[in-house]
Ligand binder design. Structure first.
Ligand SMILES: Nc1ncnc2c1ncn2[C@@H]1O[C@H](COP(=O)(O)OP(=O)(O)OP(=O)(O)O)[C@@H](O)[C@H]1O
Ligand SMILES: [Mg+2]
Length: 297
């Protein structure tokens, strides 16, 4: 567990200078074991409910995994392109997007973009992706187009996180078909559980027909505010329903997480000392440990 401000600022240093020695200290602290880790886990971050923290999770979990020296790719699977702008990509610099890979057969390697953070790469999106849903309809194996694209590069990364759009349309079906697992952010707010049944049903259909290996990585409670009775009620209810499938890490409501994207930065760069930074680092740690358990089993 990270406890002190000093340790938090150590993480800031990770993204600029003398990374190697700091990493090893940090790695020991988090008891990470890269030797046992399986390569290239693809994780969709999905919930058709809007504004629940999918993109915030994609950006900040990816940056945290990268700070823990994992090689990470974000795939922006949303035409809103919030992950692309939130990680600091200048849209004028984008030459190829995920749309070009899905629809025009562009090599995914040609669409990769750095974002100034070591170990972190993104395949960006833009508004063109709106058209992909319809254009893919006519294609053979239309649900597996993204899977074919990502297969070409999956081994280059420890983790690939797909930021899904708030829909259960063909793009999200493609994301779930391409993934090893799915993280489901659940906002600690009114109607939090609304629509989850439909999402779980979609996941079941995909498991039965398209991707039998698809696992639920976990339900992630987001925007939790311990002062609000409602937040606690939602957390209790989600834990009661989904039990061990709920991440132990809870993402608290934190203004730094909502400010950071307008500076094109994950919270770990915007404010390394923030609660949001610590929450997402703990989530990354939990994810890595889960993966290590899986490999050992
Ligand atoms: N833990 C948090 N604390 C404070 N604000 C948050 C937190 N998580 C997300 N937000 C804010 O809530 C809003 C919605 O978050 P986000 O964009 O991540 O949701 P989303 O599920 O990706 O939305 P969409 O469905 O539109 O893609 C954003 O303004 C974001 O900055
Ligand atoms: Mg989003």
């Amino acid at each position: 567990m990270l406890k002190t401000t000093k340790e938090m600022f150590t993480i800031t240093a990770l993204t600029s200078g003398s990374r190697r020695s700091i990493y090893s200290k940090f790695e020991a602290q988090f008891k990470l074991n890269r030797e046992t880790e399986q390569m290239g886990r693809i994780i969709a971050i999905a919930n058709q409910k809007g504004g629940v923290g999918k993109t915030t999770t994609a950006i900040n979990l990816a940056a945290s995994l990268a700070a823990l020296e994992k090689n990470v790719l974000i795939v922006d699977g949303d035409p809103q392109a919030n992950a692309t702008s939130g990680i600091g990509i200048d849209t004028r610099q984008i030459r190829s997007t995920i749309y070009d890979c899905l629809i025009d057969g562009k090599e995914p390697r040609e669409a990769l973009m750095g974002c100034g953070i070591e170990n972190l790469t993104i395949i960006p999106s833009n508004i063109d992706l709106v058209g992909a849903e319809i254009e893919m309809l006519e294609r053979p194996e239309r649900e597996k187009i993204l899977k074919v694209v990502l297969k070409k590069i999956a081994d280059d990364y420890d983790y690939i996180l797909i930021d899904c759009s708030p829909s259960l349309g063909l793009l999200t079906v493609n994301s779930l078909t391409a993934s090893d697992s799915v993280i489901i952010p659940v906002q600690c707010e009114y109607f939090a559980l609304e629509g989850l049944g439909k999402l779980l049903n979609t996941i079941k259909i995909i498991q039965n027909n398209l991707n039998p290996e698809l696992e639920i990585e976990g339900f992630l409670l987001t925007m939790y505010d311990s002062r609000l009775r409602l937040s606690n009620q939602v957390a209790d209810e989600v834990n009661k329903h989904f039990q061990q499938m709920v991440f132990k890490t809870i993402i608290q409501r934190n203004v730094k997480l909502s400010e950071a994207p307008s500076f094109g930065q994950p919270a770990i760069l915007y404010d390394a000392d923030s609660r949001g930074t610590v929450n997402y680092l703990n989530l990354a740690k939990e994810l890595i440990e889960k993966q290590e358990e899986r490999v050992k089993a």
